[in-house]
Write a protein that binds this ligand. Structure first.
Ligand code: ADP
Ligand code: UDP
Length: 236
């Protein structure tokens, strides 16, 4: 497998073409951004941790029947993935009120939600990724009803699998963002990443935040929290 030209550089990852037209290589960076790019910084070692954590979780999901883009981890920061056309939606799943939902609905952070909440944001940096409902999604042509039903079904299954898996490691899955994409043959699979950048992880015992909120909110020991997640998941 040969790494060819860079296709895209995002806020957290670079995407490269390969000599296989169906595969890309993603390269995880230490750069961190928050508030739609307004806050910028570096979290040392984050790229390595997110690459390994995301692959570890995707492997677990794949074993449990969720199709993912994961092909092979080829270095500390690089992974071969199936090339997809990203469905331009941030699929957000919430178990406990936090972040923008706590603010929007006037709930105290940490309140257990009476029902799992599924939200969609339209992926558009210029618009600040606005919250949309299913009708907006159909109107925008971002996904069909059939596709959205499948995405919702996967999102709830992933929630059960991830929550149960993390619970055993004393990690409470508060909320997270996932992305899906379409392979050239039209199959919808889980893409992008699942990491402390894209999830809220709280220690089940102490309630300590072990995710990007430490960076967003200047809570200190950001690197330590990312390391703790890797240690609990991968044992190192
Ligand atoms: P952003 O674009 O928000 O700054 P990243 O820095 O993580 O985010 O960039 C990675 C980009 O690659 C994202 O736009 C993501 O949607 C896209 N992506 C993730 N997985 C795949 C994949 N398997 N195929 C094609 N694009 C992907
Ligand atoms: N999230 C993400 N990328 C985004 C927006 C949100 O990964 O662009 C994740 C975030 O880490 C959290 C969940 O989605 O786990 C819900 O985020 P929220 O809407 O509360 O937004 P925030 O408080 O991050 O602005």
């Amino acid at each position: 497998m040969k790494k060819l030209e860079q296709l895209y550089e995002g806020k957290a990852k670079k995407v490269f073409k390969t000599d296989d037209p169906n595969l890309y290589i993603v390269d995880y960076k230490d750069d961190a951004t928050a508030f739609n790019g307004l806050k910028k910084g570096t979290i040392e070692g984050k790229g390595v941790i997110n690459n390994r954590v995301s692959n570890h979780l995707m492997k677990m999901l794949e074993k449990n029947g969720i199709p993912t883009h994961l092909v092979e981890e080829i270095s500390e920061r690089e992974t071969i993935v199936k090339k997809v056309t990203i469905i331009p939606l941030e699929v957000i799943v919430r178990n406990i009120a936090a972040g923008s939902l706590a603010k929007r609905l006037g709930m105290e952070e940490g309140t257990k939600l009476g029902h799992t909440v599924l939200e969609f944001c339209y992926k558009d940096d210029a618009l600040g990724d606005p919250l949309v409902n299913e009708y907006h999604i159909y109107a925008l042509g971002a996904a069909t009803k059939e596709e959205l039903d499948l995405i919702a079904d996967y999102a709830f299954k992933i929630n059960q699998l991830l929550s149960d898996y993390l619970k055993d490691l004393n990690i409470e899955l508060i909320d997270y963002k996932i992305e899906f994409g379409k392979t050239p043959d039209g199959t919808i699979i889980l893409a992008d990443e699942i990491s402390p950048d894209t999830c809220r992880f709280w220690d089940s015992v102490t309630g300590e935040k072990l995710d990007k909120d430490r960076f967003r909110r200047d809570l200190g020991n950001v690197e330590g929290a990312y390391h703790e997640i890797m240690k609990r998941l991968l044992g190192e």
